[in-house]
Design a protein around this ligand. Structure first.
Ligand code: NAD
Ligand code: GLY
Length: 365
């Protein structure tokens, strides 16, 4: 193992601070994982797709350190991010006499991480939680920052808790098996960091997007590390989303409406975020903050990445109805993440309903 390829960052939250390790081959790194466990038994929550690929490796790493792991293998998909599946985790935890000190390790993408984290937050009012993200999206976003949740038929991620992991182990080698469509969806969240707060990274992405699509290891390590560094800074400054953290939701208000409106699982989260970001960009243009060249530049990057830049035609009324459930609604007023310029996002309630409708119309043909 080449130590030079492993990057370690810190999420600074006082006594709840934790490291994020990024690099290849980390599933076998008992030296990084075991010191965080402090127990002889652990539970691994994963799904039917990831288990055949990586469960044995992780279980063997734990066993070498004297930790016996029991697996909870869930059905795969956003469709299963719900109460029924969550209850299956609780059934397994109770059925095998897990204690409050038993660590729960989430091995999988954002669905497993969000659901496993929520289970860990609730079981006996909180058990130690470790994130082992295996999709690009979960490595650059969902595994960091402690947002855990399940979906409700009326809204995405509506039932959940803030619950920080003790460790994030982002093994870049697991991305080798990731389907192409999932890789592209993950890149939507990577591009997001450039758009909201890291212009230099955006330029790097414009120069290196083909290397990322080709899964060049150095490029992936850089993109995951830089994304996590951005996320760690934002979370450290605003853990509970009373301000800056909301900016991480660029494109998400429209994106969640697309996901819920089409039915969970139809569009991938990252795809919905890309199209949602284009609506946010059009609205920023209508407000006079971006110009046509800025919007074209952002559209070009999403297009090169193979992400949708047109939103589905759900109908403007349906969009507005779905957006009313957004977590950024305050006193009944919708606040949206918009771009004041490329590389600088703001949370704003300055768009009128007519301007929002116009932006949705322009992008959802
Ligand atoms: P996902 O968890 O559904 O994973 C995508 C697909 O890839 C699944 O079929 C999964 O089984 C498969 N998979 C996972 N790892 C694999 C691998 N290494 N090789 C092959 N296949 C693999 O989706 P996702 O994009 O990882 O996460 C999306 C979820 O994350 C959404 O539910 C979204 O709401 C949530 N999310 C949460 C946060 C947060 O801050 N908590 C942030 C962004 C997104
Ligand atoms: N993905 C948005 C957040 O973690 O706040």
């Amino acid at each position: 193992m080449c130590e030079k390829l492993i990057r370690t960052l810190q999420v600074s939250l006082d006594e709840r601070s934790y490291p994020i390790h990024v690099g290849p081959g980390l599933l076998t790194r008992g030296d990084l994982l075991l010191p965080m466990l402090k127990a002889r038994k652990a539970v691994i929550v994963t799904n039917e797709t990831v288990a055949p690929l990586y469960l044995e490796t992780l279980t063997a790493t734990l066993a070498k350190g004297g930790v016996s792991a029991q697996a909870v293998v869930l059905p795969d998909g956003e469709l299963f991010k719900n109460w029924e599946t969550l209850n299956r985790i609780f059934d397994a935890l109770l059925g095998t006499h897990c204690e409050r000190s038993t660590p729960l390790i989430a091995l999988g993408g954002g669905v497993i991480g969000d659901m496993g984290g929520f289970a860990a937050a609730c079981y006996q009012r909180g058990m130690p939680f470790i994130q082992v993200p295996t999709t690009l999206l979960s490595q650059v976003d969902s595994s960091v920052g402690g947002k855990t949740a399940i979906n409700h038929p009326l809204g995405k991620n509506m039932i959940g808790a803030f619950y920080q992991p003790r460790l994030v182990l982002a093994d870049i080698s697991t991305l080798d098996t990731l389907p192409e469509r999932e890789l592209k969806a993950g890149l939507a969240e990577v591009i997001k960091y450039g758009l909201i707060r890291d212009r230099e990274f955006l330029v790097w992405l414009e120069e290196n997007i083909e290397r990322l699509l080709a899964r060049e290891r150095d490029a992936l390590i850089h993109a995951v590390e830089r994304s996590c560094a951005n996320k760690a800074e934002v979370v450290a400054a605003d853990e509970r989303e009373s301000g800056e953290r909301a900016l991480l939701n660029l494109g998400h208000t429209f994106g969640h409406a697309i996901e819920t409106g089409l039915g969970y699982g139809e569009w991938l989260h990252g795809e919905a975020v890309a199209a949602g970001t284009m609506i946010a960009c059009e609205l920023s243009r209508i407000l006079g903050w971006l110009d046509a060249r800025d919007v074209a530049r952002i559209r070009a990057l999403f297009t090169r990445t193979g992400l949708p830049v047109q939103a589905p035609a759900l109908g403007v009324e349906r969009y507005l109805e779905l957006m009313r459930h957004d977590k950024k609604v305050q006193d009944g007023r919708l606040r949206l993440v918009l771009l004041q310029e490329v590389g600088r996002a703001v949370l704003s309630d300055s768009a009128s309903d007519a301007q929002i409708v116009e932006a949705i119309r322009r992008v959802s043909t």
